[in-house]
Design a protein around this ligand. Sequence first.
Ligand SMILES: C[S@@+](CC[C@H](N)C(=O)[O-])C[C@H]1O[C@@H](n2cnc3c(N)ncnc32)[C@H](O)[C@@H]1O
Ligand code: SF4
Ligand code: SF4
Length: 355
Amino acid sequence: MKPKFFKNRYILARAKIAFAILLKGRVSFRKILNAAHCWFAQKFHFVKAAPFPFMINFELWNECNAQCTFCRTDDGVIYDQNPENKGQVPIPKGKMSLELYKEIIEQSKDHILIAVLYVNGEPLMYKGLYEAIQFASDRGVATLISTNGELLTENNIKKLLESGLDFVKIAISGFSQDIYTVQHRGCHIEKIKDNLETLARLRDLGQHKILTMLDYVYYQYNSHEYQSALDFGQRLGFMVSRRPGNLFKLSEEHPELAQHEKPQEAPKHLPVKNLCDWPWKVMTVDWNGNIYPCCDYVVWNNQEPNATFEVGKSNVKDIWNGPAVIENRTVHLTKGRGGYDICSECTRTGTAFKF
Ligand SMILES: C[S@@+](CC[C@H](N)C(=O)[O-])C[C@H]1O[C@@H](n2cnc3c(N)ncnc32)[C@H](O)[C@@H]1O
Ligand code: SF4
Ligand code: SF4
């Protein structure tokens, strides 16, 4: 029997990103070779991967203005997903220093294909975002952000376009305010629609080669508004996609809505035999410089990082095939997803838009 949930691998979006950054000259033979090496090492189960990951995720700041139901309390306390802590330990908040970010980019610029400038939190709240994008653009590194869109003011859009951002994804969870605020408690969908109109206008006016995507976070309770979002996004020349909505906390906050939702993953459909791609392909850096195997770690308290990056001392290349990362890959190879609590019920396959 086929599972009832759907996944989104963003295949078209990935192909378009690859093509767009190729045309912009942000892909070199060396970068392709490194990415191919990452793929090859995972496929053929080598514990040593390519010299660099093909993608680095930066958690610039984990603060947010939306306070989505599944992500944090309405006071902004980020939920700790580690069940051992029984939801009682808030995730620490903080900002990454631009110095740390720049050093990692500087060391990796000739090898990585893309820098993703968000993990948890709203990237547009980070004051140094434009400088961070510009720094990467100047060094031929492609950049990508996902935002709730509330802060996409005309001024901020201009700065994003001018800094050379390659891809922006805007996540919404409804098309009317009542439905939208079930998840996005702190944002305003009409304002976001205006912002997206402005983004489309300025993108076209300046003939900017940025890719824009509207990502509809899909639930049963907001499914009737999807068509309006699709029409709106298509009219503006956005790619429109949808991803399954996260059900965490929905039954506590909105029991009447939660009862109509379908479980997203039955345990028998967990990809237990599927070797995870992340430890071989992507590096995640939290705001504090901790290096993790994937984005999920930033919302699991008490996880040992593979390393903590220190400006002037650390080396991305050494960390990426250092003892802690090799150990992590070895556990994945020998014990599969059962080797770590955080991985044991993980439903992720592939590396696209995990967060
Ligand atoms: C944690 S957010 C961080 C970036 C930014 N704040 C945003 O919302 O786009 C990262 C991703 O979570 C996804 N997301 C937002 N709300 C969601 C929900 N209710 N269920 C599942 N995924 C969601 C969005 O697609 C977004 O790309
Ligand atoms: S999902 Fe994104 S927009 Fe929503 S609270 Fe989390 S970080 Fe903010
Ligand atoms: S939590 Fe999931 S995506 Fe992250 S390393 Fe474990 S299995 Fe891979």
